[in-house]
Structure formats: structure tokens, C-alpha cells
Design a protein. Structure first.
Length: 195
């Protein structure tokens, strides 16, 4: 025990501790200099605004800004943006980022996605309208024909052609419901639908 206490008081221990602190300080200094040079500390790129740019325009702007990109997905079609243009970006425009940073984009598809027409045959016009709205379709007009089922849907038309349940139409399309007028032998009448 006495030898250990003498060693703690010795000059050799102090010299070795001093050398260890010096080596550690030198190592920290070298690591910090290396990190500053490889991470471009203090150097930033301002993220451009890519909104409404086409994909080729975005690629060119990304190259010029020395950034990288990832197209995350196509969103639901947004009619306020051109087809195949950038809808959202992350990080947003104006942010400071490092060179070679990835920017994530959502692209506007070429049009509305298609939805399946529900079976509304022999359903009341009111219920049929609700079922069509639920999938993203609308009713442009209701036409009445001579059939005994008053306000019952007998078939559906899209752009003047009869269509059936299970077919697909672009979301937000407007269809025509052909319903019975409740009387057999009367002429068919058409009325515009406010829906």
C-alpha cells in the first residue's frame, strides 16, 4: 500500500498524466479539423421553391443547387397544379441545408385516380346520389323514363353512354341517373340536378 501511495506522489505519474492529456487534446483537435473539412461546417444551400415545376425542370434546378432528390409518391390529383408537377417538397423552400442533401417531392399525377362505380340500380335516386358521392363521383342530372318505380334508378349514363356497376371512372366525374317517373305511358322528362 505504501508503494502505491508513493507512486501516486511520484513525478513519473504526473509526467504520464500530462502526456495523456496532451495526446487527448491533440486527438480532439485533429478530429474537429477533419469534421470541419468533410462536413463543410458553416456552408449551406438555400432550398429553392420547386412548386409547380415539371419533373425535368426540378431535376435541372436540383443539379444547379447541388442537392439530391427523392420522389416520395404521386398525390391525389390537384387541378390547381399542372400535371406531373411538384405539389409538395420537404424541406420547404427557403430552408438552409447542406450540399448533397435529399429533397423529398410529391408529384401531381396526370389526372384523377379512377374509382369503381357502386351498384345503384334499383336504389332510390337520393340513396344512389349519396353512394356515388361517397366514392367521389357526382350526379350531373337526373332523367326520368316511363317506369313504375318512382325515383328508382334503372341505369346510369356517362357522356351519353350507358355504364354499369364495377366499371371505373375518374374521380369527380359526373354521371346521369336514369330513374322511373312512377307512371307507365307518360313521356320521359329531364331535370337538372343541383347536386
Amino acid at each position: 500500500m505504501r508503494n502505491f501511495l508513493n507512486f501516486l506522489k511520484s513525478r513519473t505519474l504526473l509526467v504520464q498524466l500530462g502526456l495523456a492529456v496532451l495526446a487527448l487534446g491533440l486527438l480532439i483537435f485533429i478530429v474537429l479539423r477533419f469534421l470541419n473539412s468533410t462536413t463543410n461546417h458553416g456552408e449551406f444551400v438555400i432550398v429553392p421553391d420547386f412548386a409547380k415545376m415539371s419533373v425535368p425542370e426540378m431535376r435541372k434546378a436540383i443539379e444547379e443547387a447541388e442537392l439530391r432528390y427523392v420522389v416520395v409518391d404521386s398525390a391525389n390529383f390537384n387541378p390547381e397544379y399542372p400535371r406531373f408537377s411538384i405539389i409538395t417538397q420537404d424541406p420547404p423552400a427557403g430552408n438552409k441545408v447542406k450540399e448533397d442533401r435529399k429533397i423529398y417531392f410529391t408529384v401531381n399525377p396526370s389526372g384523377y385516380k379512377k374509382v369503381t362505380i357502386p351498384n345503384v340500380i334499383q336504389v332510390t335516386q337520393r340513396n344512389a346520389t349519396s353512394m356515388l358521392r361517397a366514392v367521389g363521383l357526382g350526379v350531373q342530372r337526373v332523367t326520368y323514363i316511363d317506369q313504375i318505380g318512382k325515383d328508382m334508378v334503372y341505369y346510369i349514363k356517362y357522356k351519353g353512354k350507358q355504364i354499369s356497376a364495377g366499371q371505373k371512372l375518374p374521380k369527380t366525374s359526373k354521371v346521369e341517373l336514369v330513374c322511373g317517373n312512377g307512371n307507365v305511358g307518360k313521356r320521359g322528362i329531364t331535370k337538372a340536378n343541383s347536386n
